[in-house]
Design a binder for this molecule. Structure first.
Ligand SMILES: [Zn+2]
Length: 305
C-alpha cells in the first residue's frame, strides 16, 4: 500500500493544487469577493478597486506610498531586553518572535522613518498588525520614544499610523508600562509645539487606544476601521445588550465626536500634507506646481512655490 501514499497521492495532490489560483497573482477581496490582480491592488494601496474595502497594508508598503518618491530613512530604535519574563504559552516567546520576523521580514511591530511628504519634512511611525497583532511591547514603546525624540530634534511633526490588538501579553506588566512611557513621549512633542497626528487603521484596540493613539492633535481614521478599548463582543457579553449597527467603527466614532476625520487611504497623503502644512503655518502645496528641489536647497525653501 505504500506506493499509493508515497507516490500516487502526492501526484494527485500536485495535479489539484496546480489548479488553485497562484497566491502571488490574485487576491480575493474579503468584503465583496472580487478577485483582484495583485499589482492593481498594491498600486491602489491594498484598497479593493471594486468596493473600496481597506485591506491590511504593511508599514513599509505604506511608507512607500506616503513619502515623496517612496524615499525615506529608517530611524534606529533601541533594542529592549529580549524575553525578560521567560514567557511561555504553547510556544516560547523567542520562538514566536522568530516566526513573526520570518513571516513579515521585519524586526518588530513598528517602523519609524523620516522623509518628506509633498516636500514637507516629517517623522512617521507605523504599527504592523501582521507582526504578532501589532502588539505593544517594549520595542513599540522604544519606537514611539525614538520617533518623538527624532521629531523634537529635527523640529518636525510626527504622524503615527496605529494598528494593534493591544498590549503584548508575553511581556506582561512591562508592556502595560508602555502606556505611560509613550504618553510622556507625546508630551515632549506638545511641549516643543510640534503637531502630532494619528491615523487610526483597522484594528486599533486595547491599551493603544488608552495611550498614544488617542493623544493626537488631529485624529483621522481609515473607513470602517475598528477602534476600541474593549471589543464589541466583550461589551455585548458584559452588558447583555445588542449593540447598535457599526458600533466602534470609524464612521460611528466620527458621528460621536471621537474622531476628526474618516479618510480613504488613497486620499490620505494629500490630506496629511494639507493638515501638516496648515499646523506648521506653511503655505499650502500646489499640486504639480513644485519645482524639483535643488540638491543643496533646503526642502522648506522650495515647497509651496
Ligand atoms: Zn471588494
Amino acid at each position: 500500500m505504500n506506493w499509493i501514499t508515497n507516490y500516487v497521492r502526492p501526484r494527485i495532490n500536485s495535479i489539484f493544487s496546480r489548479r488553485e489560483t497562484p497566491e502571488n497573482l490574485w487576491q480575493k477581496c474579503d468584503e465583496c469577493g472580487t478577485m483582484l490582480f495583485h499589482r492593481e491592488l498594491s498600486g491602489n494601496q491594498n484598497v479593493c478597486t471594486n468596493c473600496g474595502h481597506h485591506m491590511a497594508i504593511t508599514p513599509r508598503e505604506r511608507f512607500n506610498a506616503l513619502f515623496d518618491n517612496g524615499i525615506f530613512t529608517e530611524v534606529k530604535v533601541p533594542e529592549p531586553l529580549a524575553d525578560p519574563l521567560q514567557f511561555r504559552d504553547q510556544k516560547k516567546y523567542p520562538d514566536r518572535m522568530k516566526a513573526a520576523q520570518k513571516q513579515t521580514g521585519e524586526k518588530e511591530a513598528m517602523l519609524v522613518a523620516t522623509g518628506e511628504i509633498g516636500r514637507t519634512p516629517i517623522v512617521a511611525a507605523a504599527q504592523d498588525f501582521s507582526f504578532m497583532g501589532g502588539s505593544m511591547g517594549m520595542y513599540v514603546g522604544n519606537a514611539i520614544i525614538a520617533a518623538a525624540e527624532e521629531a523634537v530634534k529635527l523640529k518636525r511633526p510626527l504622524i503615527l499610523f496605529s494598528a494593534a490588538g493591544g498590549a503584548r501579553m508575553q511581556e506582561g506588566i512591562l508592556s502595560l508600562m508602555q502606556m505611560p512611557r509613550t504618553t510622556v513621549a507625546i508630551q515632549m512633542l506638545k511641549e516643543a509645539g510640534l503637531p502630532y497626528i494619528v491615523v487610526l487603521t483597522h484594528p486599533t484596540t486595547g491599551g493603544v487606544t488608552a495611550s498614544y493613539a488617542m493623544l493626537g492633535d488631529v485624529h483621522i481614521a481609515e473607513p470602517n476601521a475598528l477602534i476600541c478599548f474593549a471589543g464589541p463582543r466583550v461589551i455585548e457579553q458584559t452588558i447583555r445588550e445588542k449593540l447598535p449597527e457599526g458600533f466602534q467603527r470609524a464612521e460611528y466614532l466620527l458621528d460621536h465626536g471621537m474622531l476628526d476625520r474618516v479618510t480613504p487611504r488613497t486620499k490620505l497623503r494629500d490630506e496629511l500634507i494639507s493638515i501638516v502644512r496648515l499646523l506648521l503655518g506653511m503655505p499650502q502645496a500646489v499640486k504639480g506646481d513644485l519645482a524639483p528641489p535643488e540638491p543643496t536647497a533646503k526642502p522648506e525653501a522650495t515647497a509651496g512655490k
